[in-house]
Design a protein around this ligand. Structure first.
Ligand code: PMP
Length: 422
């Protein structure tokens, strides 16, 4: 008899039988309020009827039209539709299956287009689990440890993580940009640097938003040195932050965008977009994959875009996100760290909201975060942690979440925190 490998670490004990909207139902029929959305994937909610219908229709028509063998309509239509929402000038794209693969693809493209080997990443970033993407990942050692050597040619500069450094945002940003200049002066010369890879909001690294000065600073340095700016919008894209792309909050101007997760409501699909002139520098045949741009996934993605637009989910994410952050701040104010652990910071953007737990001494407190997460789970509120020590409990509900459901989640959260903290 086979059993599931213990290498997979499960965040909750729930055995899901079905999902509907913002709820997951276990085999006993108990409803769980899902503020994980399958790690930020099911933005249109579980089993949105329009996504289900589109996928069912496509399953009965053509499942696997292999895009380097025969082209298919869902992929062409999706490409046209993405053209309407992609950042200006990023008019050429292709598809693979996961965020990690898309990051790998962006890395290959950046190296081929510039003829340069190195990548600069920012401390606390998560870009994926394949060896290349793991080499760019610095959000926690478990993503890098024990299976090296990882890819050479990666330099790490600080992210403006003000809370972590104990500074205000302006000081943290000045520090981050100065250190980036030092990295370019000492470790990875501009002539060797193909790209900066950055998340508009550190996701797995602890829900830390970037800011306008930082992204402008990256853009300015990229332009000055002929380095490409790659924005990893895998977690922040498709309305998650209350704008269609996370970088729009900060006037970011990417050369390459990587997207996955919310793109297809749970079907495996990811995309890499860049200006045609840049894509033309890639060597034909050097990208692709057997399953990339699967027809059912593409049909689901088209329906996802329809739902996002028709149900105004980007606007909903902005409104509900404000309510969520305000509610989390109220709970945090009642549980500030003092003689014991508490919530040291609440931050986020749109429906990406995190509460950071710290010890009485102000150190990251993963143990308390994990107890609160478990207490929430017992009450029927599904949550995940993030941050290097797992010290941040994050909320990433589907973008269809209502004001009532946000209130329901906050009520359960307040109970879970009160039960755990003295
Ligand atoms: N980039 C970011 C910003 C992510 O959040 C993730 C997944 N958490 C990935 C890349 C990797 O995506 P996948 O798990 O689909 O490979």
């Amino acid at each position: 008899m086979a059993t599931l490998s213990p290498v997979l670490k499960q965040a909750t004990p729930v055995l899901a039988a079905r999902g509907e909207g913002v709820y997951v139902y276990d085999e006993a029929g108990r409803a769980h309020l899902d503020f994980t959305a399958g790690i930020g994937v099911t933005s249109t909610g579980h089993c949105h009827p329009r996504v289900v219908e589109a996928a069912q229709r496509q399953v009965a028509t053509l499942v696997h039209g292999q895009y380097t063998t025969v082209m298919h309509r869902p992929l062409l239509t999706l490409t046209e539709r993405l053209g309407e929402v992609l950042p200006a000038g990023l008019d050429s794209l292709f598809y693979v299956n996961s965020g990690s693969e898309a990051v790998e693809a962006a890395m290959r493209l950046a190296r081929q287009a510039t003829g340069r080997p190195n990548i600069v990443v920012f401390q606390g970033s998560f870009h994926g689990r394949t060896i290349g993407a793991a080499s760019l990942t610095t959000s926690a050692s478990k993503y890098r440890s024990g299976f090296g050597p990882l890819m050479p040619g990666v330099a790490i500069a600080p992210f403006p993580d003000a809370f972590h450094y104990g500074w205000d945002e302006e000081t943290a940003t000045r520090f981050a940009l100065r250190e980036l200049d030092q990295v370019l002066a000492t470790v990875s010369a501009p002539a060797d640097t193909a790209a900066f890879f950055v998340e508009p909001v550190l996701g797995e690294g602890g829900y830390v938003p970037a800011n306008t000065t930082f992204l402008r600073g990256l853009r300015e340095r990229a332009d000055r040195h002929g380095i490409l700016l790659v924005l990893d919008e895998v977690q922040t894209g498709f309305g998650r932050t209350g704008m269609f792309w996370g970088h729009e909050h900060f006037a970011g101007r990417p050369d390459i965008v990587v997207t996955a997760k919310g793109l297809a409501s749970g079907f495996p699909l990811s995309a890499i977009a860049a200006p045609t002139a840049l894509m033309e520098k890639a060597w034909p045949g050097s990208q692709g994959g057997t399953y990339g741009g699967n027809a059912v996934a593409c049909a689901a993605a088209i329906a996802t875009l329809d739902v996002i637009q028709d149900e105004k989910l980007v606007e909903n994410a902005a409104e509900r996100g404000k309510e969520l952050l305000a509610g989390l701040r109220e709970v945090a104010a009642r549980h500030a760290p003092g003689s014991g652990p508490g919530i040291g910071d609440v931050r986020g953007l749109g429906l990406m909201a995190g509460s950071e737990f710290v010890t009485a001494e102000g150190e990251p407190d993963g143990a308390t975060a994990s107890r609160v997460q478990a207490a929430a789970s017992r009450r029927g509120l599904l949550l995940l942690t993030c941050g290097a020590q797992g010290q941040v409990v994050r909320m990433i509900p589907p973008l269809v979440v209502t004001a009532d459901q946000v209130r329901e989640g906050l009520g359960l959260w307040a109970e879970a925190v009160a039960e755990t903290l003295p």
